[in-house]
Design a protein around this ligand. Structure first.
Ligand code: PEP
Length: 253
């Protein structure tokens, strides 16, 4: 036993109107009522956060946001601060998702500032890293991840980072139906954990949950979760349907 409670997290991306998000959250709540020894988090779009928070109030499902801005308040049109996310009912926030890096110019430096802001507000950051297909083919997977982890976590102590969740999401596996094999995932997760040990210390590295993300589905989740350093999943497509997502939550049945 490694003492890490598995975390199954759903990233709803830019899907679902408020009423649909509420309906899905209610359904999920019923479907996973009996789940034990697993934590569950869902990240709806900003406009549905508050409504979904009301649904989740009497459940163990945690609420996450998909992004934040690092300033507390001010003239930053279109942005949302970590305090605002807490106010809306969030306990978690996804940071550095590859779609943010790819389409919205997010860098390791902005990811670092966002992690800092999340921690300062008491939010658990779900810190996303991952290589592109071209980087994997060029044999750069480990150097890319090394840089993302070092720069993303620069300036923090392990005390600051308590509760941190890392999500390894190979970009080539996101929304493509191509999943990393469980051996590929384990190799990378092991690398990330040993890097955390080098940067911080062994107990901290052993406590960090490292999720795998990239086309996780009911038919591959169990095999992935059997790997010693895979502590959960960050799920896009398969999180949208509560029935399907609940099968991921019950991965060990
Ligand atoms: C994601 O976007 O975080 C993700 C893993 O998506 P999908 O499960 O659809 O590949």
């Amino acid at each position: 036993m490694n003492g890490r409670t598995p975390l199954i997290a759903g990233n709803w991306k830019m899907h679902k109107m408020g009423s649909q998000a509420v309906e899905a959250a209610n359904q999920l709540k019923r479907l996973i009522e009996k789940a034990t020894d697993v934590e569950v988090m869902i990240a709806p779009t900003y406009t549905a956060l508050y409504q979904v928070a009301q649904v989740l109030k009497d459940s163990t499902i945690a609420l996450g946001a998909q992004n934040l801005y690092w300033e507390k308040q001010g003239a930053f049109t279109g942005e949302i601060s970590s305090e605002m996310l807490v106010d809306a009912g969030c306990s978690h926030v996804i940071i550095g998702h590859s779609e943010r890096r790819q389409f919205f110019g997010e860098t390791d430096a902005s990811v670092n500032l966002k992690i800092q802001a999340a921690l300062a507000a008491g939010l658990i950051p779900v810190f996303c890293i991952g290589e592109t297909e071209a980087q994997r083919e060029a044999g750069e997977t480990f150097s890319v991840l090394d840089k993302q982890v070092r720069d993303g976590l620069k300036g923090f102590s392990f005390e600051d980072l308590s509760g941190l969740v890392v999500a390894y999401e190979p970009v080539w596996a996101i929304g493509t139906g191509k999943t990393a094999t469980r051996e590929q995932a384990q190799k990378v997760h092991q690398f990330i954990r040993s890097l955390l040990e080098t940067l911080f210390d062994k107990p901290f590295a052993g406590s960090v949950r490292i999720l795998y993300g990239g086309s996780v589905k009911p038919d591959n989740v169990r095999a992935l979760m059997e790997m010693p350093d895979v502590d959960g999943a960050l799920v896009g497509g398969a999180s949208l349907d509560p029935e399907t997502f609940s099968k991921l939550v019950f991965f060990n049945l």
